[in-house]
Design a protein around this ligand. Structure first.
Ligand code: NDP
Length: 252
């Protein structure tokens, strides 16, 4: 397990990366999915890219749980929350992706792998690194209760939205059409909105620097991409629902 000083440095490093990512992604969209383009080096099957780049997050929280100093049940409840998301994203989500798809750049997958390694280490330390940081009373406190509610609301929203997109792929093949149903009624990217809500919930539930850094990074990464998707649909589909926002209902 990492030292406390390394934990602080790595978490602050992720916050700094988030600022850089927000600037870069507000000028150009990350080149995968509908924005896939040549010039980003070798491409791999997106299913393998997602599986490999998310796996450090699955493994490192479990390693932290085994090696950790923090006793009691609360850190293990947090571990279960974390693993529900990452087991879904790493194994269930990838198993539902269509074979082949548009290629995923290896360079991007390596960056995501490094991010997930650092993020798994820092969040593992936040949950298990400090003795008695989270007693049973923490789970009865307002931060954990509000955070866990936001976490599971966000998780349900992005899993449901991922499912609607999957169904569209099954019916329409590689063609993009306007998604309808669920939270797509309000926003173009409920999958991103759900993911952002979920990690804000995690930050509140753990009340940790690592959780805060992850939430900030997720917003920096997904907010520009949601705005990009929104523009992309509006440019291509003249009948795109007028009242639909990018990722914050009624606002943005
Ligand atoms: P997208 O919304 O771009 O795509 C999700 C999937 O749905 C892709 O397989 C895509 O296919 C397909 N899809 C998208 N639009 C349509 C459509 N109109 N019709 C049919 N299929 C469609 O999401 P991302 O790939 O960027 O992200 C996937 C998940 O990962 C999301 O839930 C996101 O929240 C999460 N994520 C989290 C990050 C974080 O920082 N925490 C960072 C990045 C992603 P195709 O690939 O062919 O476009």
């Amino acid at each position: 397990m990492i030292s406390h000083a390394t934990y602080i440095r790595l978490s602050l490093f992720l916050v700094a990366c988030a600022a850089l990512v927000a600037v870069i992604l507000s000028r150009r969209t990350a080149p995968y999915g509908r924005y896939a383009q040549s010039g980003w080096g070798r491409l791999v099957d997106p299913r393998w890219a997602w599986l490999i780049m998310e796996s450090p997050a699955v493994a490192l929280m479990i390693v932290a749980g085994i090696a950790g100093r923090s006793g009691g049940v609360t850190p293990y409840v947090m571990l279960i929350m974390w693993e529900i998301h990452y087991l879904y994203r790493t194994f269930v989500y990838t198993s539902r992706m269509r074979p082949g798809g548009s290629g995923f750049p290896v360079s991007l997958a390596v960056m995501a792998f490094v991010f997930n390694t650092i993020n798994g280490l820092t969040n593992g330390y936040a949950v298990f690194g400090t003795p008695n940081a989270y007693g049973v009373a923490w789970m009865m406190g307002p931060r954990f209760i509000v955070g866990a509610l936001l976490f599971f609301a966000g998780l349900s929203m992005h899993v449901h939205s991922d499912g609607l997109l999957r169904k569209m792929r099954a019916v329409n093949g590689s063609e993009y059409r306007i998604p309808y149903g669920g939270a797509f009624r309000y926003v173009t990217c409920p999958n991103y909105a759900g993911e952002i809500l979920q990690w804000i919930g995690w930050a509140v539930a753990t009340w940790s620097l690592a959780g805060f850094a992850f939430a900030v990074f997720t917003i920096a990464n997904l907010a520009p991409r949601a705005l990009g998707h929104h523009r992309w649909y509006k440019e291509r589909y003249p009948g795109y629902p007028e009242n639909r926002k990018a990722f914050i209902p009624f606002l943005l």
